[in-house]
Design a protein around this ligand. Structure first.
Ligand code: HEC
Ligand code: HEC
Length: 99
């Protein structure tokens, strides 16, 4: 009761409060929108490192150390070279999850 009569007494302050509330809502919606876009984006399209005997030694331990060995098979002229359209292959395990 005292709350609502206070609002009538200061109409301008009340309008200002409503504006801040609206800005907060817009901020939350923008944040949710960005999270939604991130959630939609690439990860699912990048194949994980296969879980087989070739990759078993690299499934655990330091990623940086493991990445030193990828080129032994996936480097140019090796047994399993990367396809031509492959993105710049600097940090393999940033993009390829371990299975
Ligand atoms: C001993 C050789 C060898 C090494 C070392 C190796 N790979 Fe592979 N990799 C293969 C072979 C063979 C295939 C294809 C057959 C298969 O699935 O194992 C392959 C396939 C892949 C694929 C494709 C998966 C798919 O679904 O298309 C990814 C990603 C991959 N390797 C990542 C890596 C990464 C990252 C490293 C370094 C940590 C690595 N490999 C080291 C032999 C190797
Ligand atoms: C910037 C992210 C990124 C990095 C870093 C990266 N890859 Fe990939 N890789 C991809 C994507 C995306 C694909 C799927 C490409 C496609 O299907 O055309 C892929 C595909 C592959 C494949 C499967 C190719 C095939 O014939 O299906 C192999 C093997 C592979 N990457 C190995 C590696 C290795 C080894 C490294 C490190 C030397 C590496 N990648 C670094 C994003 C990355």
């Amino acid at each position: 009761m005292t709350e609502s009569s206070g609002h009538i007494a200061s109409g301008a302050g009340c309008r200002k409060k409503r504006k801040i509330w609206l800005l907060n809502l817009l901020f939350l919606l923008a944040g949710a929108g960005i999270l939604f876009l991130l959630w939609l984006a690439p990860p699912a399209s990048t194949p994980a490192m296969p879980k087989d005997e070739h990759h078993a030694p690299y499934q655990t331990g330091s990623k940086r150390a493991a990445e030193k060995h990828c080129q032994e098979c996936h480097g140019p002229e090796m047994s399993n070279p990367l396809p031509k359209q492959h993105p710049p292959p600097y940090r393999c395990l940033f993009c390829h999850r371990r299975a």
